[in-house]
Design a protein around this ligand. Structure first.
Ligand code: TRP
Length: 391
């Protein structure tokens, strides 16, 4: 975030914050994404870890433990237990998630969406999917409305390709469907002071006022289901944990407006393919695998990825490698390996019995197959866009 006039993370000045070294805002994630960082994030943000009991409760309803829960890709929540109890007592919930259309969609984006689809299938939930084209236009200094609009249309194809049910899913584009959001956004905005927004988001005197006014627009879909259904309706937001600041302010004012607090289930970030860049990022194309990449490009990116390996083969055989910091291992674990395969890979890696070339080639093969299939679905999505639009 160096030098970005919209956000100054030093401004997120919670005096009780013991974790000032971890910078996670909705617009930037800095720092090492190790296990212990995520544990600290739970404390920093005041969320709850997904406990064994809660996972059991979830399992009772779904019949199994989803791989992204098992692998702890989803690791934290707010009120997920409350939401499941509501469901058990006959109160269905909406799902709400979204995408900031600032570039092409990469594999990291797909994991929370695939999990959202799973929840929709299991619970028969209606889904609101928001595209914050306003947010991305306002935040990215170089963005024009044309480029953001192009990515909005492109990204919608990725969303539809996930396989959400058209009869249960509505895509909201902020600039297009603002008439539905604005009345609620106004109610929300009136209850949030600039001082709160500064402390939560890091806004400063040089932040453009569009950004300052934006958060209620992302909060609005949390309450829209209650308006559509004409009764208080529980909402679950599956999203990466960087979006939590939005839900914090939304939860603070929910009761004042007569709504339930939105529940969340938070994911980690998929690591980037290069060292020193913590999460896959559309703004650094060489570090991310896009759903639109050609198979040869996918292969090239994977083969030139940073790994947790040693400098030479003989050192690796002797010392073993470091799967904990290896993006190739991470991708395989969250995307392609089952639990058993992943554990075996980890052990072989640590003990020096597995060389990076083998993991890279496994990842390249899996990713190539996945992308070819995903692209086919993405092509088909072109005829379905109308069915998914909010109105
Ligand atoms: N702000 C999010 C982004 O930049 C987009 C978004 C809007 C979103 N509503 C959401 C993400 C709800 C998760 C859940 O990507």
């Amino acid at each position: 975030m160096e030098g970005h006039p919209n956000i100054d993370t030093d401004n997120i000045n919670n005096p009780h914050d013991n974790y000032k070294d971890i910078i996670v805002t909705p617009w930037e994630v800095l720092g090492d994404l190790e296990e212990k960082t995520y544990i600290k994030l739970i404390e920093k943000f005041g969320t709850q870890a997904l406990s064994e009991e809660l996972i059991e409760k979830f399992k009772k309803l779904t019949g199994e433990i989803h791989p992204l829960i098992k692998s702890q890709y989803f690791f934290s929540h707010r009120d997920f237990d409350w939401l499941l109890t509501k469901y058990e007592n006959g109160d269905p919930f909406y799902l709400y998630t979204g995408r900031g259309p600032s570039g092409s969609v990469h594999l990291g984006h797909l994991l929370p969406w695939l999990f959202t689809k799973y929840l929709q299938d299991k619970f028969g939930s209606k889904l609101l999917f928001q595209l914050t084209d306003d947010e991305k236009f306002l935040y990215n200094l170089g963005a024009t409305r044309e480029t953001i609009s192009k990515y909005t249309s492109e990204n919608i194809l990725d969303i539809i390709a996930i396989g959400f049910k058209p009869n249960l899913t509505k895509i909201i584009i902020d600039t297009k469907h603002i008439n539905h959001l604005y009345p609620i956004a106004m109610e929300i905005a009136k209850k949030i002071t600039f001082s709160t927004a500064k402390a939560v988001f890091g806004f400063t005197n040089t932040t453009n006022i569009g950004m300052i006014g934006f958060p209620p627009i992302q909060a609005a879909p949390c309450f829209l289901p209650s308006i559509i259904e004409n009764k208080p309706t529980p909402v679950l937001i599956p999203a990466a944990i960087d979006q939590d600041p939005y839900w914090r302010i939304t939860r603070d004012i929910a009761a004042k407006l007569g709504f339930y607090k939105p529940a969340q289930i938070h994911s980690k970030f998929l690591p980037s393919l290069s060292r020193g860049i913590s999460k896959m990022s559309s703004s650094k194309p060489e570090t991310a695998i896009f759903t639109t990449d050609e198979p040869e490009i996918v292969e090239k990116k994977v083969l030139s990825s940073f790994t947790g390996g040693q400098a030479t083969v003989s050192l690796q055989k002797k010392l073993g490698a470091n799967a904990d910091i290896c993006p190739v291992y991470g991708y395989l674990k969250y995307f392609f390996d089952n639990e058993k395969e992943s554990v075996e890979r980890y052990i072989r890696c640590k003990s020096g019995n597995l060389l990076c070339g083998e993991c890279k080639s496994d990842l390249a093969n899996n990713t190539r197959t996945f992308i070819i299939e995903f692209k086919r679905k993405r092509e088909k999505a072109k005829d379905k866009v109308k069915d998914f639009m909010f109105d």
